[in-house]
Design a protein around this ligand. Structure first.
Ligand code: ZN
Length: 463
């Protein structure tokens, strides 16, 4: 059995694992590389993958860095099944259509410059046609059910508690050397993440591929983060503030809506208008709402107990740009959630331009802000920023909540791994920068005495 890494090796994007058993070739995840410069060049079907010769593709969850290269498979000749949880299939449709739209937009902008410079024009990686073609290939699977995915290869998804529909994948393959078992953690959620259940325990395998995004640290506990969240909302309501939340459309947005529901239903604050200013967030929230059976016990109990949550009267969708513009006159208290999560584009920029210079505005960051983004400059305390070429003074109150991450921290990753250590597996750390995976590797070696590998792009693990 051989597994070759075609992404997320020493970095956090581009997840892709090629599994070869001698009888079958299976791809696990096929995510987009994100970031600047070199990332773009890596977004292709690697030569060694031979898409035409694949038997199946398995997907852990619907984030772009796990599904974003899938539309490249069809033009490369792949027509086989793509197995994923039903919700992952639905959310992947949203994510991939958005990705095609963003690419079309970015390429058009670059091409205007290239045309003026007399340079050859660029093509987007894929468009809507490729997205639609690849969505046809999805086959839904349920948690806990073994599926024969390729000749001699069975797979089972267990809940990874990272987003709705997310799973870790167990794979059992018949090879010339006997049965081989391998576990792909996918992205593992922290215990106590809102809406989704805590991660389930997969059955042990001889090799475990484990994510290491936060392998170097523990994030703040959900309880501490919620206390901060509550304090910010209470003070905003008291001051009739307008709260701006730059948020990612899938996962984080629904988490924040849920925490607001908790406050409203417990009577901590009176319900106020919550504007969902993102077509993608509106759709994703709709998909979440159609699958309450996948929520954790707390979320289901809240739904049963609270009329407000069932009717969602306080949540006001703003699908069109005109809806968004009208929010400039919306009085406080209110909360506006808009993308992008790091303020690198999207409707949040308009709200920031309109609100940052006013002391009565509150900006609440609920996700990681990458170096160089407008979000990062605000979090770092910039007194002036440029938005759409205009200099804006920052007088708004800026809050950063770091504890809403959908990734397990170091302790939780070690706890997730512990039941799998009985059979003394080899552990392969992926989906983490060196600063995340090196400290995690040391912990795993020290605590469990296991062999830990940290492969690079294109390396193969064989057993
Ligand atoms: Zn993820």
């Amino acid at each position: 059995m051989k597994v070759t890494l075609y992404g997320a090796a020493g970095e956090v994007t581009g997840s892709a694992y090629l599994v070869e058993t001698g009888r079958a070739r299976v791809l696990v995840d096929f995510g987009l590389f994100q970031g600047h410069g070199k990332a773009e060049k890596k977004n292709r079907v690697p030569a060694g993958l031979r898409a035409r010769g694949l038997d199946a593709v398995l997907i852990t969850h619907a984030h772009l860095d796990h599904v974003g290269r899938l539309p490249l498979l069809v033009p490369a000749g792949y027509r086989g099944p793509i197995y994923a949880h039903e919700v992952t299939a639905e959310l992947a449709g949203l994510v991939l259509r958005d990705s095609a739209k963003v690419q079309a937009h970015d390429v058009a902008r670059l091409n205007r410059k290239r045309m003026r410079a007399g340079k050859p024009l660029l093509q987007p990686l894929y468009g809507e046609a490729e997205v639609n073609a690849v969505l046809e290939l999805f086959r839904p699977v349920d948690y806990g059910v073994w599926t024969e995915v390729a000749p001699g290869v069975r797979a089972r998804w267990v809940n990874a508690g990272h987003m709705l529909g997310s799973g870790s994948i167990e794979l059992v393959a018949e090879t010339a050397g006997g049965l081989r078992r391998v576990v792909f953690s996918g992205d593992v959620g922290p215990p106590g993440l809102a809406l989704v259940p805590d991660p389930e325990e997969p059955a042990p395998g001889q090799v475990v591929f484990l994510e290491s995004t936060y392998g170097d640290r523990d994030n703040k506990s959900p309880a501490e983060t919620l206390a901060e969240f509550r304090a910010i909302i209470e003070s905003a309501v008291e001051q009739k503030a307008r709260v701006l939340v730059p948020a990612f459309a899938i996962g984080r947005t629904q988490q924040i809506l849920y925490h607001l529901d908790e406050l409203f239903c417990a009577g901590v604050v009176k319900p106020f208008p919550v504007y969902l200013d993102s077509p993608m967030a509106i759709e994703a929230t709709g998909i979440y709402a159609r699958h309450p059976d996948l929520f954790d016990a707390e979320a289901r109990a809240l739904q049963r107990a609270c009329e407000l949550v069932r009717t969602h009267r306080h949540v006001i969708p703003c699908p069109t740009p005109e809806d968004s513009m009208r929010l400039n006159d919306a009085p406080g208290p209110c909360l506006i959630m808009a993308g992008s999560g790091m303020c690198t584009g999207g409707r949040i920029l308009h709200h920031l331009k309109h609100g940052l210079w006013r002391p009565e505005t509150v900006v609440m960051f609920v996700g990681y802000q990458v170096e160089g983004s407008l979000g990062r400059r605000l979090v770092d305390g910039a007194r002036r920023v440029r938005i759409f070429g205009e200099e804006i003074a920052v007088r708004a109150r800026i809050h950063t909540l770091n504890g809403f991450s959908a990734h397990a921290g170091q302790s939780a990753l070690l706890r997730w791994l512990e039941p799998l250590t009985r059979v003394g597996p080899r552990v392969v750390l992926t989906h983490g920068e060196p600063r995340g995976r090196q400290p995690l590797a040391e912990q795993i070696e020290r605590r469990f005495g296991l062999e830990v590998l940290q492969p690079e792009f294109g390396e193969t693990v064989e057993w």
